[in-house]
Design a protein around this ligand. Structure first.
Ligand code: SF4
Ligand code: SF4
Length: 243
């Protein structure tokens, strides 16, 4: 049975304080995880990550935990659930269902690369973690992150005229997120941009010269890039594995 990160397992019953014959036996060690049999082993995720330029080093990981111990998010910022060693471990076991719980968390990585510097096995941890996140999104295992939804809104906006319509982008993104009214801070920022002449929107919107010819080229390139990233993904199915 694979060992998962006990402190992160939901619903685990802990004994906060327990004394037996004068000895404190409280803590995590005396908790149990029900035995599981992995009947639907599916290693699509590790196969896909391994096949990406950023993920080739995933198999080198020997689970020493040095990356997590030095990760600024996990240690300095107290984001306990951000655990690169654990993400790699779950991917190696094909535990997509468990990984899907961290689909948003993996994108919190700030790419400081401390993990890469410290890994004794030369794992490109930061790139591997991002590849895992990309797999979760592209395969539909987890919903898209707000950052990805923003990227999509940005691309759509830019494709319109070949120049960014900041107000249009902001409006489209916020509406997509279910926020119709801007906060005071965002309104202030918009007005600042408007009065500084940096807001290209509505009748003020410009258009890149020759955009009619350039746009199809860019669209084709983006479509090819997406098709390339999707190559090797399993067809959509319920995620496998996990406690
Ligand atoms: S430091 Fe390297 S080998 Fe150790 S757990 Fe992290 S990725 Fe794996
Ligand atoms: S690059 Fe990401 S995973 Fe690595 S130490 Fe920095 S925040 Fe942590």
């Amino acid at each position: 049975m694979p060992i998962v990160e006990k402190s992160l397992v939901e619903g685990l019953q802990r004994t906060e304080t327990l004394e037996v014959e004068g000895i404190d036996v409280s803590g995590d060690w005396n908790t149990f995880i029900a035995s599981r049999v992995h009947t639907d082993l599916d290693l699509s995720i590790v196969d896909w990550v391994r096949g990406q330029p950023q993920g080739t080093t995933i198999d080198r990981c020997w689970q020493c935990g040095t990356c997590t111990a030095g990760c600024c998010l996990h240690t300095d910022y107290g984001l306990e659930e951000f655990n690169p060693r654990y993400f790699i471990y779950l991917a190696q076991l094909g535990f997509e269902k468990e990984l899907a719980r961290y689909a948003q968390t993996v994108w919190r990585c700030v790419s400081c690369n401390k993990c890469v510097e410290r890994c004794p096995k030369g794992v490109k941890v930061e790139e591997v973690v991002h590849s895992i996140g990309t797999y979760l999104e592209l395969s539909g295992t987890a919903p898209k992150s707000p950052a990805d939804r923003f990227d999509e809104a940005y691309t759509r906006n830019l494709l319109e005229r070949g120049i960014l319509d900041e107000a249009g982008l902001f409006q489209a993104f916020e509406a997509g997120e279910g926020r119709t009214l801007p906060t005071r801070e965002k309104l202030r920022m918009g007005l600042k941009l408007l009065f500084s002449g940096r807001l290209h929107t509505g009748p003020l919107a410009k258009r890149t010269r020759g955009w009619g010819r350039l746009r199809p080229v860019l669209e084709r390139m983006l479509a090819e890039d997406l098709a390339g990233r999707r190559r090797g993904l399993p067809s959509r199915r319920p995620p496998t594995g996990g406690p």
